[in-house]
Design a protein around this ligand. Structure first.
Ligand code: HEC
Ligand code: HEC
Length: 289
């Protein structure tokens, strides 16, 4: 059996092989690169990092946070429900290098900005188990003792060509690496216009399905301890979030917990599902506080 004739012609073979690889390169690298940089893929409102945020990003890389956390939400229903709108290529134009990651020991952080108040992050970073008892995230309390270096940050901003003002640099005096990391957390996903589906809409049919159900109250108490106590205190006395008081209408309370108060630092709990949220409502309304 003789080989096809072109295999015996080294120059022709070389040219064909090069052409094949070139086509592959163009399709998988050059075109996506051109798309990312095209006007349509640019997302209005995405801004470069401010000096403190940029420093926080470097602390994030140095501490290896990306070994446990991804920063990209895939376009899968389960991910969008849990983390928010899926990631677009245009979001990462100022990320050099990007920190998408490939392994999730902890949750995705692409949409963490604004999910919690600063106070939550300071406490969680210093001692994650004080908020999520079974967390295996290490404590980073030592970052509060390490100051940032304004002149180094200035150089980084200049090298990256990010805009900054002298006031921003002056404000770095006395800041710690912890401040920087929290500022960076609050920046992630913040610039993205909130698309449809990113704010959960509370259902309109609001009848308490568990009214007078003692078992639901008991389950609600456990859910409260797991999801709410870190901010509202074990006895609803308040802490990072306000004290929880009586006098709520069932439906109003349900809607508030389900959708959250995004601009006030209260996360929405639609991901728990309506039944669990109703159980928490019944617990809070049971006067078991
Ligand atoms: C060993 C793996 C691990 C490392 C390293 C790690 N984390 Fe985590 N992280 C977790 C786990 C697990 C959770 C979920 C439980 C919790 O909230 O503590 C988490 C939760 C979080 C959350 C809350 C996410 C949410 O939506 O509730 C933030 C913010 C966070 N980590 C930031 C960081 C930062 C910043 C670093 C680096 C300084 C870091 N993590 C390092 C495992 C890790
Ligand atoms: C990350 C911290 C945090 C967590 C976790 C949290 N909350 Fe909140 N919550 C807040 C903050 C902050 C506010 C104040 C929001 C505002 O109105 O500006 C708030 C407000 C509220 C209010 C309105 C209080 C009032 O008097 O206006 C209720 C009710 C409430 N939360 C219930 C819950 C329940 C139930 C859970 C658990 C499913 C929960 N929260 C989890 C931070 C949190």
């Amino acid at each position: 059996m003789s080989a096809p004739s072109w295999e015996k012609k080294p120059i022709l073979f070389l040219l064909l092989a090069t052409a094949t690889i070139l086509v592959g390169t163009i399709v998988t690298m050059v075109l996506p690169f051109a798309w990312v940089n095209s006007e349509e893929e640019r997302i209005a409102g995405i801004t470069p990092y401010a000096p403190l945020e940029l420093e926080g990003r470097d602390v994030y890389i140095r501490e290896g946070c990306n070994n446990c956390h991804t920063q990209t939400v895939r376009p899968l229903v389960a991910e969008v429900v849990r983390y928010g709108d899926y990631s677009r290529s245009g979001e990462f134009v100022y990320d050099r290098p990007h920190l998408w990651g490939s392994r999730r020991t902890g949750p995705d952080l692409a949409r963490i900005g604004g999910k919690y108040p600063d106070a939550w992050h300071f406490q969680h970073m210093a001692e994650p188990q004080s908020i999520v008892p079974r967390s295996n995230m290490p404590a980073y309390a030592f970052l509060s003792a390490q100051g940032v270096d304004p002149s180094g940050i200035r150089r980084k901003m200049e090298v990256l060509g990010f805009p900054f003002t002298e006031e921003q640099l002056d404000a770095l005096a006395g800041k710690t690496e912890m401040d920087a990391l929290v500022a960076y957390m609050q920046k992630l996903g913040r610039d993205l216009p909130r698309g449809e589906g990113s704010t959960p809409v509370a259902p309109t049919e609001l009848t308490n399905p568990f009214a007078g159900d003692a078992a639901a109250v008991a389950e609600g108490a456990l859910l409260y301890t797991e999801h709410c106590a870190s901010c509202h205190g074990a006895d609803q006395q308040g802490g990072i979030g306000p004290e929880l008081t009586d006098g709520w209408d069932d439906g109003d309370l349900f809607s508030l917990i389900y959708a959250g108060v995004p601009e006030g630092g209260m996360p929405g709990f639609s991901s728990l599902g309506q039944e669990r949220v109703w159980k928490i409502v019944n617990y809070l309304q049971s006067g078991g506080r």
